[in-house]
Design a protein around this ligand. Structure first.
Ligand SMILES: N[C@@H](CCC(=O)N[C@@H](CS)C(=O)NCC(=O)O)C(=O)O
Length: 207
């Protein structure tokens, strides 16, 4: 049975297509038009009380939250290939940067963009500058967050960095751009981009 991805190309579900392509798992896209509010339908809210995408359904399992979906797919379908095994010393670094994306990069860049005032010591995401310095520490001197080896952490962390760069939500740095370019060369990402483009075309959102 294929994994079902509840999808809209203008949502984080677009990045989940990349996860599925990297994992090499059969999947089908089920369109949820977030521009029409379909993510708030009773069926969708039953799956995800947040009324948000992405959601995947894998048999009886429903998984929401992009980072959780990435870790789930990698452990289940690409363990030891895209996910370091639990006794691999790289496992900690893998988990660290996978969770850094939603828990620090997203809120810190949102806070900066929206001009929130808050006490950095009281906010889990801290300061924008520390967040940028942390990204630099993760990929400034290496190809991927684990070094030479690409992993699912790069889909979550790198997908977030790519998005933030594209929408100018984080500053441009040569090391960030070079990392985004390395990710862009991945055939799985290119297949995902083609699939997302086709979906935008079907919805009349392309161009
Ligand atoms: N923390 C969630 C964020 C999910 C989220 O905010 N999804 C957006 C699209 S990217 C959404 O569904 N927005 C529509 C809405 O909130 O009604 C994740 O990482 O997956």
């Amino acid at each position: 049975m294929p994994v079902v991805l509840y999808h809209h190309p203008f949502s984080r579900a677009a990045n989940v297509v990349w996860m599925l392509e990297e994992a090499g798992v059969p999947y089908e896209l089920r369109r949820v038009d977030i521009l029409k509010g379909e993510q708030k339908s009773p069926e969708m809210v039953t799956l995800n009380p947040m009324g948000k995408l992405p959601v995947i359904q894998d048999g009886d399992q429903v998984v929401t939250e992009s980072a959780a979906i990435a870790l789930y797919l990698a452990d289940k379908y690409a363990y030891g290939r895209l996910a370091p095994r639990v006794d691999d010393p790289a496992r900690g670094t893998y988990l660290r940067w996978s969770l850094f994306a939603p828990s620090v990069i997203e809120p810190a860049s949102m806070a900066k963009m929206a001009g929130w005032t808050y006490k950095e010591g009281q906010a889990g995401w801290g300061s924008y500058d520390a967040m940028i310095a942390s990204i630099e520490s993760a990929i400034g001197n290496r190809d991927f967050v684990l070094g030479k080896e690409f992993s699912m952490a790069d889909v979550v962390f790198g997908g977030t960095v790519r998005y933030m760069l594209a929408f100018k939500l984080i500053e441009h740095r040569p090391s960030f751009a070079a990392y985004a370019e390395r990710l862009g060369a991945r055939p799985a990402l290119q297949r995902a981009e083609a699939r997302n483009k086709a979906s935008r075309e079907e919805l009349g959102l392309e161009g």
